[in-house]
Design a protein around this ligand. Structure first.
Ligand SMILES: Cc1cc2nc3c(=O)[nH]c(=O)nc-3n(C[C@H](O)[C@H](O)[C@H](O)COP(=O)(O)OP(=O)(O)OC[C@H]3O[C@@H](n4cnc5c(N)ncnc54)[C@H](O)[C@@H]3O)c2cc1C
Length: 390
């Protein structure tokens, strides 16, 4: 476990306990098996829920723990060090901010949150479509008001937790004329709702414990109370949420990099060539020293952003900068970890191969790193960073 110099005793204990549950429930052989199968272990999620970890984000007034982002992140980093596919899905599954923003009556929200607390309810978020990824403003899924209902039609792809979710927050066009700002809205769609099907289960390169799918909405009718916030604020709310997610999600990348570093150091102290431990050869020892430097720098930046979120300070450039720096630096740390292990690093029998596959996605989702550079460029040039069309 990392020594979080900035953490309280309680935060350390909570993180340590989560790590113990993960290591007990997901030993390396089981992780490898689930990685081969591309399957999310529901039983582990249940164990974490039993230990109270599903209530981390739920406000106390709804029976949750109401932890700040920093506490949740310290815990999540430890979970990610054991398996980042799991932690990524777990994080998405327990996000309840949009659920609270629905127009459902309080008692109904409470029912969903009680199920969430029990580890019995998994959420997902669906913006991306086959022809609208980076260009999120190009989505075509529509939601048309019909009396007390909305009728949804469209296809969403690459949706994390799609195959296992109990509900999904869908961004759809409610007024094409107004464009994304004012014309997109978010809706909560329950699993089992007629017209909502999970179609394609994706077979991914990495984070294979996180399940991903295509979702189809075919004349899917939902109650008007399932609108999240107000009609027309779906794009703005999603972009605000994504700005924070670009920082908080990097906790998973940091966890992967820390796991790669830890394994590389352990291996380099055991493996001997030319009569010495390989860590004592300067050429390799310096590589490991640089890996440590990168991990320390990533941790400083991620928790800096997290402190800003907790204090309500606008993230500004920190959101995109954190995503770019952490995802790319963590990738390099994983590539270097494979190098430290030599030929063994390339073999599935050793964990760094999986870490290298797991890390790649962090420079792609939640807005690719090219798009993050574009956002930063526009911010620095004094332009609207979300206005990507000329
Ligand atoms: C495992 C996984 C999980 C995901 N989970 C979710 C989820 O839960 N919910 C959800 O809504 N989405 C999710 N996504 C979708 C993800 O956010 C998109 O894949 C991502 O935004 C990129 O979109 P795209 O795949 O359509 O690539 P494209 O937009 O087609 O981009 C292709 C390439 O072109 C580059 N590019 C595009 N436009 C520009 C430009 N203007 N300037 C420079 N370069 C550009 C991109 O950076 C990229 O390298 C997930 C994706 C994956 C792979």
């Amino acid at each position: 476990m990392v020594h979080y110099a900035f953490a309280t005793q309680e935060q350390r204990e909570l993180a340590d306990n989560a790590r113990k549950i993960m290591e007990k429930e997901l030993p390396p052989e089981r992780r490898a098996q689930l990685d081969r199968e591309g399957r999310f272990p529901m039983d582990v999620l249940k164990k974490l829920a039993e230990a109270g970890y599903f209530g981390m984000e739920i406000p106390e007034e709804y029976g949750g723990l109401g932890f700040d982002v920093k506490t949740r992140s310290i815990i999540l980093e430890e979970i990610a060090q054991v398996d980042a596919g799991f932690s990524f899905s777990f994080e998405g599954a327990s996000k309840i901010e949009n659920l609270l923003r629905t127009n459902l009556p309080r008692a109904e929200k409470q029912k969903w949150l009680d199920r969430t607390l029990a580890g019995d309810c998994i959420g997902a978020f669906a913006m991306t479509e086959p022809n609208a990824g980076s260009d999120a403003a190009a989505i075509r899924t529509t939601a048309v008001r019909d009396g007390d209902e909305y009728v949804l039609n469209g296809t969403k792809c690459f949706i994390t937790n799609g195959p296992i979710c109990d509900y999904v927050m869908v961004v759809a066009v409610t007024d094409k004329e107004k464009g994304p700002r004012g014309g997109f809205s978010m809706f909560m769609v329950e699993r089992g709702n007629p017209g909502f099907t999970v179609s394609k289960h994706e077979d991914k390169m990495g984070i294979r414990l996180s399940e991903t799918a295509e979702l189809v909405f075919d004349n899917c009718r939902i109650p008007a109370s399932h609108l999240v916030g107000k009609e027309g604020d779906g794009f703005g709310a999603s972009m605000d949420e994504l700005a924070a997610v670009r920082v908080t999600c990097m906790i998973n990348a940091l966890g992967i990099a820390q796991a790669a570093l830890d394994y590389a150091v352990k291996y380099a102290k055991e493996r001997r060539t030319f009569g010495k431990r390989i860590i004592d050869h300067q050429g390799l020892g310096f590589l490991i020293a640089e890996m440590q430097t990168k991990v320390d720098a990533m941790r400083a930046l991620v928790y800096y952003g997290i402190d800003m979120i907790d204090q309500g300070i606008p993230l500004g450039t920190i959101s995109s900068a954190t995503k770019i720096f952490v995802s790319e630096t963590a990738m390099q740390v994983c590539v270097d970890a494979v190098q430290v292990l030599g030929g063994y690093g390339y073999m599935r029998e050793y964990p760094v191969e999986k870490l290298m596959r797991d890390i790649k996605i962090f420079s792609i989702f939640d807005g690719t790193n090219q798009i993050q550079r574009q956002i930063l460029q526009k911010m620095l040039a004094g332009k609207d960073p979300l206005k990507v069309r000329k």
